[in-house]
Structure formats: structure tokens, C-alpha cells
Design a protein. Structure first.
Length: 123
């Protein structure tokens, strides 16, 4: 009667989730875990990383300001600094369409309209 093994079986065999009516304290100061901003990650790019060690390096070549990665990027021109290039320079243009009014009709002379025909008159 007093000796049961059911609570021990829960640790060995999978059981369905069970709910309880126990009191949960609102103060979790003892359970504080560090957040994502707590840790600082090691450097991944650059001369001195986790996997590489940088030795002193020297060069005999002078670097201009255009080859340097530390140049002022505000001085470089953006896409709006260049003019618009027409595509007709490189290949033949496609026909252009417009919604404007045509003042001159093509063709020769007078062309009969719908009012020039009388239905009933046959020659």
C-alpha cells in the first residue's frame, strides 16, 4: 500500500504533460539568465581573428587615397551624378507611341465619310 513506483516511472517512461495547481512565485530573481546582449563575440573579419594571428606586415608601395578602404566615401559620385544615356546610341530604337492629337491625316484627297452613303439608294 504505502510503497508505489509510479512517480519513479515518470522519469524513465514518457508521459503526457500534467498540470498542477501549485503556487508560482512572481519574483524570479534567482532564475535570471543572461540575455543576448550580454556576450561579446570574437572578431571574425580583419587581421586578428579567432583563427588567424596577424604578423607585422610591411610594403614598399605607396597607396593613393583611391586604393585605400578608409577614403571619404562622400566624395565619390553617386548614380544621380551621371547623365541619362539614350538607348538609341547602342541599338535601333523601337517605334514610339503617343496619345497626342494628329493634325494632318495621311492619304490623298477627300475620303467619303459615313454621311456620304444613303441606304436605300442603289444605282
Amino acid at each position: 500500500g504505502d510503497y508505489t513506483t509510479d512517480p519513479a516511472n515518470r522519469h524513465v517512461f514518457l508521459t503526457a504533460p500534467a498540470s498542477s495547481m501549485k503556487f508560482r512565485p512572481k519574483d524570479f530573481r534567482g532564475f535570471r539568465t543572461p540575455g543576448p546582449g550580454t556576450y561579446t563575440l570574437p572578431r571574425v573579419l580583419g587581421p586578428q581573428t579567432v583563427y588567424t594571428h596577424a604578423e607585422p606586415s610591411y610594403s614598399m608601395k605607396w597607396k593613393s587615397q583611391y586604393q585605400s578602404c578608409f577614403q571619404d566615401l562622400a566624395k565619390t559620385p553617386g548614380p544621380a551624378a551621371f547623365g541619362n544615356v539614350e538607348m538609341d546610341v547602342y541599338k535601333r530604337s523601337a517605334p514610339k507611341y503617343s496619345m497626342g492629337l494628329r493634325t494632318k491625316l495621311g492619304g490623298t484627297g477627300m475620303i467619303p465619310g459615313p454621311a456620304d452613303y444613303v441606304p436605300g439608294k442603289v444605282r
